[in-house]
Structures are given as C-alpha cells and as structure tokens.
Write a protein that binds this ligand. Structure first.
Ligand code: SF4
Length: 354
C-alpha cells in the first residue's frame, strides 16, 4: 500500500490523470488531505467515489497515526506525544510554544520531528543515541507528526509556525525521505509551511550537507559541533569518524557560499567535559571570522551520568565566544521535566504500553 501522504503534488496530478480523472481533482484531493484531516479513504468526501475506489484499487491508502500517550509540561508550553502507526512503528514528537514571540497574534509553535526510530550516530550524551538504530521513517510518517500537531493547534485557533528536524535520529542519514517530507510540508499545494521556517539539524554528515546546499530549498542548517577539536569530539560523537572539525567548518562555509544562509553551530555544554574556559577559547579561535552563530545548549539530564554546567559557567563560556567575535546565544530550554528536550527523546513509554 502507498500512503497518499507521501505523494508530491506533481505526482498526484499524474496519478489522478492516470486513473482517468481530470487533473483538477488532484487539487481537491490535496486540499482534503492537508486541510480536512481525513483519517481514512472514505473520509475524502471532496472527491468522487469513483476516484476514491480507483485509488484503493491502485493500492493507495491513508496511513493515519494514533496518539497513544501525551505529556504536557506544567507551563503548558511543551507537549510530547507518542504516536503509533498502522505498522506498529512508535515515535515521539514534540511541540514547543513560545508565547512571547508572536506570529501575527499567534504563539510561535515549533514542531520537533523525528526522522528515525533510534539513531545510528551514538552521541554518548543522548538518550536516543543510546537506544541504537532501529529504522528510518518514511516521509509520510514525518509529515504525520506535523499534521497531528496541526490538528491539535487548529482546535485552539493556532497553527504550526516552525519546524525543526531535531527529534529522534539524524535527518541526513535518512536523506531522501527527509527531503520528500520537507517538500510535502512546504509545497503551497500541500501543507504550505514557509521553507525559511524549517531548520534541519545534523551531527555532521558532510556529503548530506553538500547535497542539501544544492537543493532548491531555503531551509536553515544547524550543525551539532559539541567540541572545538577532533579528540574531544570523537569522545562525544563516536561516529564522527573521518569528518574532522575542520572538515565540518569547511562544509558550513560551502553551504553559506552556495545558499547565502549562515549555519548555526549547536554546542551541547556538558559539565566538566567540554565547558572549560580553555575549550571556549579554542572554539572561539576555530570559529572566528566565518560569521558563524553558536547556540549553546546546557546539557539536559539523561541516563548517561552527564551533568548540566552551573549557569555561571554557561555565561562565562558564552562571554569568551563573544569576546572572540563569535555570535553566541544560549538556548531557551523547553520541556525538561517531561523528558521532551533535546537529547531526551526516547521510547521508554514502549515498555509501559506493551
Ligand atoms: S544527538 Fe542527534 S545525532 Fe546524536 S545520537 Fe542523539 S539523535 Fe542521534
């Protein structure tokens, strides 16, 4: 069976014509899929029954997801969901809302999507990395995470404003399905989110970064650096393998040159591991002069025994970078108490519901 939520608008046009129906039916079908929340084929009242039947006969379906668990932070700004798909795939996805930054009267509502079940990159401080890798998610399962939150927000008169590929998995290790999902989510005839509202975060798959630079997409790129030198980086990201810190910085420069969009370097600050003033000075030296932006992420508590640095250490680290002419911010933490923040996504609910 082929899920209609993986079919691009141009493919939908061809499909509808191939099934003997006029091309404009494709527009009706897409509008129904992305604006009416059908859960099954028979919900598609906007198209004739003959087209619905032809789609089913040709092997198409709507593989809707079920919400099996929901946790909301005390302030109500962060929601973590466990979604279950028809093939029993279980994934977590998170909504973060920022009430202070308004988007035409709406809160900024950012969905953090997963692209894989587990992750092959094995970052030692990350709960998902410690799960190991199970499988890639198909584009439709990435799209479904956003549509699910869009439906929840719609009931409150709100909408999804931003999207970050920072959930479970390494997006560039599932490149083709990730890009298909981005195209579906940004296509004006599908979900229609602005390309510049999307950030793709990678731990540093250089061929993927170069490939992304050559897509006709306006998405933002974030590279998780976590260390200014290879020795320290390999301890934190064991799969960093052949890609050195220098290689990553060069890839970021190529991305900027090709797209005109600056790359953000994400840096998880871990107490007594990569947060010393010496390391900060080295990072400032390495990044100086390339217009980089560094986003410091004080470590979230996970099972790996790593600790978050004290606030004054975080601020001292930031100051050293700023003194070195490196633009640097500290990420606003969301959802720590519900294990929804970066590096905490894991399917520990699986045991409870099975
Ligand atoms: S931090 Fe990201 S890339 Fe690293 S193991 Fe976790 S999910 Fe994978």
């Amino acid at each position: 069976m082929i899920d209609l939520y993986r079919v691009l608008p141009e493919e939908m046009d061809d499909l509808v014509v191939k099934l003997g129906h006029p091309r404009y039916r494709s527009g009706q079908l897409l509008r129904a899929l992305y604006h009416e929340s059908p859960r099954k084929m028979s919900d598609l009242h906007q198209i004739p029954a003959s087209l619905r039947d032809a789609l089913v006969t040709a092997g198409y379906t709507i593989g809707s997801e079920d919400e099996v668990h929901r946790v909301v932070s005390k302030d109500g700004h962060t929601t973590k969901l466990l979604l279950k798909f028809y093939d029993k795939t279980l994934i977590e996805t998170v909504l973060m809302q920022y009430s202070k930054s308004q988007d035409r009267g709406h809160p900024r509502s950012t969905v953090c999507v997963s692209t894989q079940v587990g992750c092959p990159m094995g970052c030692v401080f990350c709960a998902t990395g410690q799960m190991g890798f199970e499988k890639n998610l198909q584009a439709e399962k990435i799209v479904s995470q956003v549509l699910h939150f869009a439906r929840i927000l719609h009931q409150r008169g709100e909408h999804v404003t931003n999207l970050v590929f920072m959930g479970m998995g390494e997006p560039l290790a599932n490149y083709d399905e990730m890009i298909r999902a981005v195209r579906l989510l940004t296509h004006p005839r599908a979900f229609g989110l602005g390309q510049r509202s999307i950030t793709i975060s990678t731990v540093g798959i250089i061929p993927g970064i170069d490939r992304l630079a050559n897509e006709d997409l306006q998405v933002k790129l974030a590279i998780s650096l976590h260390a200014p030198n290879d020795e320290l980086r390999k301890k934190l990201v064991p799969t960093a393998g052949p890609h050195s810190v220098g290689d990553l910085i060069m890839a970021a420069k190529r991305y900027f040159k090709k797209t005109g969009r600056r790359v953000t370097f994400e840096y998880a600050l871990i107490d007594d591991i990569n947060d010393s003033t010496k390391v900060a000075s080295e990072l400032a030296r390495v990044l100086k002069g390339n217009g980089a932006h560094v986003n410091l992420i004080p470590m979230n508590p996970t099972a790996g025994g790593f600790q978050r640095p004290a606030r004054k250490k975080v601020l001292a680290f930031q100051q050293i970078l700023r003194n070195g002419d490196v633009n640097c911010t500290v990420r606003v933490e969301k959802g720590v108490e519900i294990s929804a923040a970066c590096g905490q996504l894991r399917t520990d609910m699986i045991e409870k519901i099975n």
